[in-house]
Design a protein. Structure first.
Length: 469
């Protein structure tokens, strides 16, 4: 072994040991050419709405009923955290939960570390929610989450009067000391981020006067919609400055009955698989089509995908529809409008898979946010696609996939998932359409957002399996 291979081996072993500490033994998985995929794909509830239902339910007075909650590990960690802050969170049945809230300003101080596992959304939103309470809480997570930056949250909550003490680079574990006398804040979000915006809004609930947030680019607006549904005084205006959100502090939030639509980010996987597997016809019912989340579907249709909306309707203030995806052998590469990035940021990994099966280049710009997700998703997907015979070029906030057409994606690679659930699932979708099987080193993180991924895909007819099973 030469020095470079020695270092590579040591790095691999170190990452493997970190993973085993955080998640247990790796779960290698394989997917091979599949089709046709036929049937109804009942994907789990929307992850973003599930998190916010638990948090706002905890900040209301009375009992909130939640139906269709995503029972992935990320959301379960948010439920556990709400218990730590004093709410009573109870599982009543399959995806049916109740939250007995403590009211705005009613959080108690956790008795122990609050561990969010792999959930960046959960930890960032709850940091905001507790930042204007006169309590102290220490947050941690798994190896992946401990490597993600938190300054984007701690900077704005400091304006309310909260202080943060963490590792270098603003990383977990981190202790937040909430503001004893919070002040109202006017904050211009420096990057498109629904997590940052939502954390500031949640902090503003327990601050006097008006909290004002300015977004130059609109991001997913589930928090604004749900705050309004719970009875908060919130106003959203499009102005010359951008999207201006004004929230009046100290509302009395009323408990709600929430029916969580199915998650468009999870729906992306069976939908994209259907587009690249010959003869497929898959229906995904009751998918949330919030315009700040539906960018992938618009992009796929722009590429020539046979993707249609059926039974469009409004449920709980959110637009929903049934999505039908059919095999689409004549898709073409496009340049995705950069302004669409915020509405589909989590879907770029699986879009890059579809782009591999299209003809010509697919160009994705304005996607720097991908570099600070569970992994650096540009690097991770570029490496995975290249390992399977694809040509990928990329820079700091852009990447380009050279599509080879529906029948000419080689496959045959072994890929690292870097503890990232979306990288793992995207590479499994790649294997379902490529000429040779695709293997991943670890599918364990999939449980954080889509615990029934293997079962659901197999029921549709996909060839995907755990190598050790």
């Amino acid at each position: 072994m030469d020095l470079s291979s020695d270092l590579g081996y040591l790095k691999h072993k170190a990452n493997e040991e970190i993973h085993m500490l955080a998640h247990g033994a790796p779960i290698p998985m394989t997917a091979r050419k599949s089709g046709p995929l036929i049937g109804e794909a009942n994907v789990p509830g929307d992850k973003s709405i599930s998190h916010r239902s638990l948090i706002l339910g905890a900040m209301a007075i009375g009992k909130t009923e939640i139906h269709g909650l995503l029972e992935g590990q990320d959301v379960l960690d948010t439920a556990k955290a709400m218990r730590a802050f004093g709410a009573t969170v109870t599982k009543q049945g399959d995806a049916h939960w109740t939250v007995q809230g403590v009211g705005v300003g009613g959080f108690c101080e956790p008795k122990d570390l609050v561990d969010f596992g792999n959930s960046g959304t959960g930890v960032r939103l709850i940091m905001g929610a507790m930042a204007t309470h006169a309590i102290t809480a220490t947050f941690t997570g798994d190896a992946s989450l401990r490597g993600r930056p938190m300054a984007r949250i701690t900077d704005p909550i400091a304006l309310f009067g909260a202080t943060a003490h963490g590792r270098s680079g603003g990383r977990l574990p981190m202790t937040i000391v909430g503001a004893k006398d919070p002040v109202p804040v006017k904050y211009s979000v420096p990057m498109p981020s629904a997590q940052v915006k939502s954390a500031v809004l949640l902090a503003g609930l327990n601050a006097p006067g008006e909290t004002i947030i300015i977004e130059r680019e609109a991001t997913r607006d589930h928090t604004e919609r749900m705050l309004k549904g719970f009875g908060a005084n919130i106003k959203v205006e499009d102005t010359g400055e951008g999207r201006v959100i004004t929230l009046k502090g100290y509302p009395e939030l009323a408990p709600q009955t929430i029916v969580v639509p199915r998650d468009p980010s999870s729906a992306a996987f069976p939908i994209c698989a259907a587009l690249i597997c010959e003869g497929s016809n898959v229906l995904v019912p009751n998918i949330g089509l919030n315009p700040t989340r539906a960018g992938l579907f618009t992009t796929l249709r722009d590429m020539g995908a046979k993707l249609t909306y059926e039974n469009e309707r409004i449920e709980g203030g959110e637009p929903v529809a049934d999505l039908r995806a059919r095999f689409s052998p004549n898709m073409r590469g496009i340049e995705v409008p950069p302004q669409r990035a915020a509405s589909m940021i989590d879907e770029y990994p699986v879009l890059s898979v579809v782009a591999s099966f299209a003809q010509g280049q697919t160009v994705m710009r304005g996607v720097k946010e991908l570099r600070i997700k569970e992994s650096d998703r540009i690097d991770s997907m570029a490496a995975g696609l290249r390992a399977n015979g694809m040509s990928v070029k990329y820079g700091e906030d852009w990447w380009i996939v050279d599509g080879r057409g529906i029948s000419d994606v080689p496959g045959g690679g072994l890929c690292a998932t870097h503890l990232d659930h979306r990288i793992a699932m995207s590479l499994m979708i790649l294997g379902m359409g490529s000429n040779k099987p695709v293997r991943i080193d670890d599918g364990g993180p999939i449980v954080t957002s889509f615990p029934i991924f293997e079962e659901l895909m197999a029921q549709l007819g996909a060839s995907v399996w755990r190598e050790n099973s």
